[in-house]
Design a protein around this ligand. Structure first.
Ligand SMILES: *[C@@H]1O[C@H](CO)[C@@H](O)[C@H](O)[C@H]1NC(C)=O
Ligand SMILES: *[C@@H]1O[C@H](CO)[C@@H](O)[C@H](O)[C@H]1NC(C)=O
Length: 169
C-alpha cells in the first residue's frame, strides 16, 4: 500500500520533471508548458474560452515532449493566442501577462521544443499570429511607447527634410 503510494508519487514527480519548460521571462519567468495558456486575466480567459479550451486540454493531456511539440498541440495553442491578440486589440486594452496573445510567447514555446535536449522543430508557419485586417490603431504591439515616439519623431524629421529639399531645389 505504502510502496504503491510512493510509486505513484514518484511517477507524478517524474511527470512534472518531464513537462516541457518554457522560458517566457518578464513577470511570468519559466513555466511548465501546461501553464502556457493559463493567462492571468480572467476576462481574456472567458472571452477566448471557445478558442483556448482545446489548446488547454491538449496541453494538460500531454505527457511527453513529442506531444507538447506536435503540430496538433501547437496549432491549438496558436489558435488560442490568435484569439487573445485579436481580443485585446478589439477591446483596446493592455494585458500585463506576457503570455496574452503574444508572438514572443509562442516563439519561446517553440524555442523550448528546439532546445537540443528536446530537439523537435516546429514549423514556423504553425505559430504565425496576425494583427486583425481592420486594425488601424495608433499603438503597435511590437513597438513599445518609447520606440514608437522615436519612430514618429524620426518620420517627422525625415518628412521635414524632404520638404526642405523640395523647397530649396
Ligand atoms: C529559465 O530557463 C532558461 C532557459 O532554460 C535558463 O537559462 C534560466 O536560468 C531559467 N531561469 C530561471 C529563473 O529558472
Ligand atoms: C536532433 O534531431 C535530428 C533529426 O531528428 C538529428 O539528426 C540530430 O542529431 C538531433 N540532435 C540532437 C542534439 O539530438
Amino acid at each position: 500500500m505504502r510502496s504503491a503510494f510512493l510509486l505513484a508519487f514518484f511517477i507524478a514527480l517524474a511527470g512534472r520533471v518531464l513537462a516541457l519548460n518554457v522560458s517566457i521571462g518578464g513577470t511570468v519567468g519559466n513555466i511548465s508548458a501546461t501553464d502556457f495558456l493559463k493567462v492571468n486575466d480572467a476576462q481574456l480567459i472567458s472571452d477566448c474560452s471557445s478558442n483556448c479550451t482545446a489548446g488547454n486540454q491538449a496541453l494538460q493531456s500531454c505527457t511527453d515532449n513529442a506531444c507538447f511539440c506536435s503540430n496538433e498541440t501547437v496549432i491549438a495553442i496558436t489558435s488560442c493566442q490568435q484569439c487573445m491578440l485579436t481580443t485585446v486589440i478589439a477591446q483596446n486594452r493592455k494585458v500585463a501577462d506576457p503570455r496574452a496573445g503574444s508572438a514572443a510567447a509562442l516563439s519561446a514555446y517553440t524555442g523550448a521544443c528546439a532546445d537540443p535536449k528536446v530537439n523537435i522543430t516546429v514549423p514556423a508557419t504553425l505559430t504565425a499570429i496576425k494583427l486583425p485586417a481592420d486594425w488601424d490603431g495608433p499603438q503597435s504591439l511590437t513597438l513599445n511607447t518609447g520606440t514608437t515616439v522615436v519612430a514618429v519623431i524620426a518620420g517627422a524629421v525625415l518628412g521635414l527634410s524632404l520638404i526642405y529639399v523640395v523647397n530649396t531645389m
